[in-house]
Design a protein around this ligand. Structure first.
Ligand code: TRP
Length: 329
């Protein structure tokens, strides 16, 4: 089939995915119909910060694969693989490092931010590997001569860096091996965690993609609502309520009615949460079904990763031949 172009995107295997990741994954699922897609579980990127805490990494990779497949990524349509299985990512990063000015890496805004943020938590990541994070990411993208990268807004500086590297390579070696990849901005998730903060596994305020019905119910029950509302008949203030935020995304059609029922004290928080839990549960139900299909099939999962790696490697090797020919090495 003639596809529009080539996509690469990836996620660091740092733990289970949650419903806040769904909008990104739905985007990927749609794109796999139109584009030649490469989706990498970027374990080397995880190592840049978790180099001293690697016990979980293999397990996290397996969980990520299951989360992706459950959410609808189709190994027949795109290539799903582990970054470290394609050594060309590392080889290209090394070759590109020869032409990468240090100052370009040092001025990537996420670099200093993270250095300071993790430094405050007592973690020193002033390593060569972490400084090279954006270059490894550029290699992930460029090794497939990707033209389109679906990412969140937080990744835009990295993508800009990647374009600069592509330009510099083409200029220095008088070639056009690399296209300048464009970002395709993914919808950002507006879903807060159940305590109202940003949803994150590390805050334990998330609803995992793999949550069973009971877990969905109990997590929704724990959501913070209007603290001023003690009895059901007390007037509610939806604007301070986490459950309301969810309804405004999921129950857009009857949100006004719900809002006025809450303000008048006609609907209680318990009932409102039950409705929400049902909606989230319905959303997770097809995901759960796919998970049941894939889980406990280590052979099938291994095959998926092997086939994905094979397709990816073929393309990556082609690129490396072009790169070396342009560099005359
Ligand atoms: N840095 C990305 C993130 O944290 C993950 C990533 C690594 C990536 N390589 C990539 C995303 C290449 C897009 C393309 O989300």
């Amino acid at each position: 089939m003639n596809k529009k172009g080539t996509i690469f995107s990836g996620m660091r295997p740092t733990g289970r995915l949650h419903i806040g990741h769904l909008s990104v994954l739905e985007n990927w699922v749609a794109l796999q119909e139109e584009y030649n897609c490469f989706f990498g579980i970027v374990d080397w990127h995880a190592l840049t910060t978790a180099f001293d805490n690697t016990d979980q990494i293999k397990h996290n990779i397996e969980m990520m694969l299951l989360d992706w497949l459950s959410a609808g990524l189709d190994p027949e349509k795109g290539s799903i693989f582990i970054q470290s299985d394609i050594k060309e990512h590392g080889e290209l990063e090394l070759l590109l490092s020869m032409i990468t000015p240090l100052s370009w890496l040092e001025r990537v805004p996420t670099y200093k931010d993270q250095l300071i943020q993790l430094g405050n938590q007592g973690k020193d990541i002033s390593t060569y590997g972490f400084l090279g994070y954006p270059l490894l990411m550029a290699a992930d993208i460029l090794v497939y001569r990707t033209d389109t990268v679906p990412v969140g807004e937080d990744q835009l500086p990295h993508l800009e860096f990647c374009r600069e590297i592509a330009r510099r390579f083409n200029y220095l070696y008088k070639c056009d091996v690399f296209p300048e990849p464009q970002a395709k901005l993914a919808k950002v998730s507006l879903l807060p965690g159940i305590d109202g903060r940003k949803m994150s596994k590390s805050y334990d305020n998330d609803i995992p993609l793999s949550a069973a019905t009971e877990e969905v119910k109990s997590k929704v029950q724990m959501m913070v609502t209007d603290p001023a509302r003690i009895k059901k008949t007390d007037p509610g203030h939806p604007e301070v309520c986490t459950v309301y935020k969810y309804h405004s995304i999921y129950s857009a059609d009857n949100i006004e009615e719900l809002c006025s029922d809450c303000r008048k004290g006609n609907i209680g928080c318990v009932q409102c949460k039950k409705r929400l839990a049902k909606i989230i549960d319905e959303q997770l139900s097809p995901i759960r079904e796919k998970r049941i299909y894939y889980e406990n099939k280590p052979k099938l999962l291994k095959e998926i990763l092997e086939n994905g790696a094979q397709k990816a490697r073929k393309e990556a090797q082609l690129t490396m031949a072009l790169v070396k020919s342009a560099m005359k090495i």
